[in-house]
Write a protein that binds this ligand. Structure first.
Ligand code: BG6
Length: 297
């Protein structure tokens, strides 16, 4: 993308710049006094959000491969049109949206914050992996809350079914000392042992964790006594939630995650996956949203 040319077509907003980010990748940076935020066009990917009175909320790996064929490790990867592996040659894990180059559509003031809107449209390359026409829009509002709306529109002539996720990575003091509230009494598939059971009480972490919760609409909270904060995640039109931490061994196998970084991250993912896939007829749209707030405890 030619930033200078594009730049002229966007309203100039105080504290917003179009930058050459890591790996020379184009990104939008918001920096207004203590409020910070960043979106990369690679994957339509939010990599940072820091509200005025808190430290950075999102985790970003110091070992990320800033490379157009890889997903950024951390922040909020967008998974679409499938989640997890797909049994098809050349089909990337978690879909292709997180490794495509998105377009910048809009930057504007929005309710005291900054709206950055990016989009991705089907093309010949996407149709080789998934034979449908779509427009994907990610509307991100950086303010004292982080609001993200992912809109999928079926622009083709055939109905389609898809999975999606805002695969958010959160910065925590120490994963072994946090608790996650808001998923009690929900059915959960433990991807480590393949068993489904009912969650009772809060989630705590003692080993590799890869959990898919179904039919979850309530707010979710990360209670972090070390960082003395509570992160609240409120979801719209999302029926599944994934909780993931790779723990030590898996982290060592991931080239884009430092050997100890797993201890200071946790993923709480707003999803529609597996039993909760979404169906769209031609011309229809679906919006899934996440709003994040942080408070001292
Ligand atoms: C989680 C999945 O959402 O993402 C895990 O539930 C997966 O199974 C993890 O390991 C990370 O995936 P990736 O492709 O970003 O390494």
């Amino acid at each position: 993308m030619d930033w200078p040319q594009k730049q002229n077509s966007f309203e100039r907003i105080e504290g917003v710049s179009l930058i050459e980010g890591n790996g020379g990748m184009p990104a939008v940076r918001v920096s207004r006094n203590e409020l910070k935020g960043e979106v990369y066009l690679h994957g339509g990917h939010v990599t940072s959000w820091k509200p005025t009175h808190a430290e950075e909320v999102l985790f970003l790996s110091g070992h990320t491969n800033w490379n157009s064929s890889k997903a950024i490790r951390g922040g909020v990867p967008i998974c679409f049109p499938w989640f997890g592996p797909k049994d098809q040659p050349g089909a990337p894990q978690h879909g292709f949206a997180r490794i495509r180059e998105w377009q910048l559509e809009r930057i504007s003031e929005e309710g005291g914050g900054v709206l950055v809107e990016v989009s991705d449209r089907s093309d010949e390359q996407s149709r080789q992996l998934w034979p449908f026409d779509y427009v994907l829009t990610h509307r991100v509002i950086f303010g004292e809350t982080l609001k993200m709306e992912l809109v999928v529109r079926n622009t083709g002539t055939k109905p389609f079914v898809f999975e999606e996720a805002q695969h958010s990575y959160f910065q925590v003091g120490k994963v072994q000392e946090i608790a996650i509230d808001g998923l009690s009494n929900r059915y959960v598939l433990n991807k480590i042992d393949g068993k489904t059971r009912k969650q009772h009480g809060k989630i705590t972490f003692q080993a590799e964790t890869d959990l898919v919760y179904f039919d979850t609409a309530d707010n979710i909270a990360i209670i972090d006594l070390l960082l003395k904060r509570r992160i609240t995640i409120s979801k719209t039109n999302s029926k599944s939630t994934v909780i993931w931490n790779p723990w030590s061994e898996k982290a060592r196998a991931l080239s884009d995650l430092g050997d100890d970084e797993w201890q200071t991250m946790v993923c709480v993912e707003t999803c529609n996956i597996r039993n909760n896939v979404v169906r769209l007829a031609p011309g229809e749209s679906h919006m899934m949203g996440t709003e994040i707030t942080v408070a001292s405890i």
